[in-house]
Design a protein around this ligand. Structure first.
Ligand SMILES: Nc1ncnc2c1ncn2[C@@H]1O[C@H](COP(=O)(O)OP(=O)(O)O)[C@@H](O)[C@H]1O
Ligand SMILES: N[C@@H](CC(=O)OP(=O)(O)O)C(=O)O
Length: 599
């Protein structure tokens, strides 16, 4: 007999008939000899409707009252599903987050789970009842009894956290698609179903826009080794398993606030190439990285900054073992990238004495204070950051090789862990280079012009945003420097969630004079398209293939950022869906079947 947590999302409980169908599935699972805890979301688009109501009354509703309002959606579903279960002869009881004892921090509308009392739940399970729990909600403390919510899409997080706390055998996420597909089937009907995906890959995909699973839920599954499967609530297909590799015993106290950083790694054999003033037109990145991959050179980090005038800067790192060869390649390609012979475009700069320091951990997701602490720590140690490359679970900084030891000591002290040389994740033979493609249309870009190039600037900038709980992604410093008023300056561009962008722009503009930077430019009309796959590690040519697919379709790349297992490109908003489709095709991810997502 197994203890199973099943989660049913809004689409699975969108009508009375669907709730009755869910009840039957739960009943069948119990009949097969299992104990079941069910976590449900609000019916259909109820939460959106409640948000709309609040916005009709206030432009910025009080966050406590917002939680009071939004938590009602799930309360309707738990009662109805319990009734439906009782109606077919299955003993059941509904419970709100407060009744279960899902204790969270006191951050209204985005609370993290601290711990879950399991006594009351287990008592009911031992009486033979199915417990139906309201997802997405908790209470800030047993004494204060303030209702909190976990943030939109938070029911996945409730379910996996409950599975971890109860030591459940596995957690099933039921939704309106048959599992995790190579991309969103609503945008690419030929998307293929996967039988499994690693937690690391799913974390990237989820945080890059694949909303089938919430990244916080994947984070908990990874940290606590919870077996997790995504399945369709309309069929009996086996779905997609999200696999975890290792788990050390971990305390269930401060469940979502456990150690934010798991590892500090360094690689002292990195060389940085910068191509300055590369023409800003489709095809340039494809040409450059196409040639590099034809020479079988594997690039590690790639960044392309925002354009200034009509040119961009592209920088990438390679292992110093192949530096000489790569130097020759970049120098030979540069003339071909110029729009006119003898122009000052595509100047190649090589810095061979650089080192990469990376900080990783799933706990940094949605916690902007962690990235800010990394930058603050490096600033205090007087380490200047030459290049920053970010993903939701990793921040890599390229620093001068002579600063590497100092950087590591400072970071190890700050995060209380030890460092180790970077070991490339070794993909298994089955790991495809590209597992999935994701599109995020909810990001906006901010560019700060002429930021003084001194240690501490990134710390101030991201520390300030962290104070307002604004998470930053795709941070890119331009490679080009400019001296203004005797100070060397660079532009810094980054993406943030669109809902935070105006606030971020305002806060950064307010301190512009004090911190000595220029204009803060906002672009809302962007889309971010990303490929993810642990098999891309050590395999040259993946970036080139992605850039070529975009170039062949005349889609201009505005920004590039990579981490070990993902490559993201920012393109114009109106080209986002097309970009997703052509990349999906380029990597041969399409299957023979077409998915139609039920409405
Ligand atoms: N890679 C992907 N695989 C499967 N579904 C995806 C993917 N990327 C995005 N989706 C979307 O996620 C949706 C399911 O998430 P969501 O609407 O939050 O479901 P629920 O209401 O069950 O919580 C699917 O209908 C699909 O459009
Ligand atoms: N009802 C909440 C929580 C949730 O997770 O919903 P769903 O499982 O339908 O995405 C929301 O809409 O944000």
């Amino acid at each position: 007999m197994a203890l199973i947590v099943q989660k049913y999302g809004g689409s699975s409980v969108g009508s009375v008939e669907r709730i009755q169908a869910v009840a039957k599935r739960v009943y069948k699972t119990v009949q097969a000899g299992n104990s079941v805890v069910v976590v449900v979301s609000a019916m259909g688009k109820t939460t959106d409707g409640l948000v709309k109501l609040a916005n009709e009354i206030s432009k910025s509703p009080n966050r406590r009252e917002m939680d009071m309002l939004l938590s009602t959606g799930e309360q309707v579903t738990i009662a109805l599903l319990s009734m439906a279960l009782q109606e077919i002869g299955q003993a059941a009881i509904s419970m709100t987050g407060a009744q279960v004892g899902i204790v969270t921090e006191a951050e209204h509308t985005r609370a993290r789970i601290l711990h879950i009392e399991t006594g009351r739940l287990m008592g009911q399970i031992n009486l033979g009842k199915v417990v139906v729990v309201a997802g997405f909600q908790g209470i800030s403390s047993a004494r204060k009894m303030e209702i909190t919510t976990l943030g939109r899409g938070g029911s996945d997080t409730s379910a996996v956290a409950l599975a971890a706390a109860l030591g459940a055998n596995f957690c099933e996420i039921y939704t309106d698609v048959p599992g995790i597909l190579t991309t969103d089937p609503r945008l690419v009907p030929e998307a293929q179903l996967m039988t499994e995906i690693t937690c690391d890959e799913m974390l990237e995909l989820a945080s890059l826009g694949a909303k089938v699973l919430h990244p916080r839920a994947v984070e908990i599954a990874r940290n606590y080794g919870v077996p997790l499967v995504v399945r369709s609530s309309w069929t009996d297909q086996p779905g997609t398993w999200v696999t975890t590799s290792r788990t050390q015993e971990r305390s269930l106290v401060n469940l979502e606030l456990a150690r934010p950083v798991d590892a500090i790694e360094f690689d002292i054999n990195q060389a940085k190439f910068s191509l300055l003033r590369v023409p800003d037109k489709p095809g340039v990145a494809a040409r450059l990285f196409g040639e590099i991959s034809r020479q079988n050179v594997d690039v590690d980090l790639i960044i392309q900054s925002i354009h200034e005038g009509n040119t961009n800067d592209i920088a990438f790192t390679v292992n110093t073992h192949i530096l000489k060869r790569d130097e020759a390649i970049a120098a030979s390609i540069a003339p071909a990238l110029r729009s006119q012979p003898n122009s000052d475009e595509a100047e190649v700069l090589v810095e061979s004495n650089t080192a990469k320091v990376s900080i990783s951990g799933a706990g940094m997701i949605g916690r902007p204070g962690v990235a800010a602490k990394i930058f603050a720590t490096l600033a205090q140690a007087k380490v200047n950051i030459q290049m920053i490359s970010t993903s939701e679970v990793k921040v890599s900084c390229l620093v001068d090789a002579t600063d590497c030891d100092r950087a590591i000591v400072a970071l190890c002290n700050a995060f209380e862990i030890t460092a180790s040389p970077a070991v490339l994740a070794s993909p298994t033979p089955e790991s495809p280079a590209v597992r999935g493609v994701a599109l995020d249309m909810n990001q906006a870009r901010l560019a700060i012009r002429q930021v003084p190039d001194q240690p501490g600037m990134a710390a101030k900038l991201f520390g300030l945003l962290a104070e307002y709980n604004i998470s930053v992604d795709m941070i890119i410093q331009s490679q080009r420097c400019r001296v203004v008023d005797g100070v060397t300056r660079r532009d810094i561009a980054f993406t943030v969630a669109r809902m935070d962008v105006e606030n971020a722009q305002q806060k950064l503009t307010q301190v512009a004079d004090e911190l000595g930077w220029g204009e803060v430019v906002l672009d809302n009309a962007i889309a971010k398209v990303s490929i993810v796959g642990s098999g891309m590690v050590g395999q040259p040519g993946i970036a080139a293939k992605m850039f070529t697919a975009l170039a062949e379709n005349k889609i201009n790349i505005q920004m590039i950022a990579t981490s070990e297992i993902k490559i993201s490109c920012v393109v114009g908003q109106d080209e986002g869906v097309k970009a997703l489709q052509v990349i999906h095709t380029a990597f041969d991810l399409a299957g023979s079947e077409k998915f139609v997502v039920p409405v």
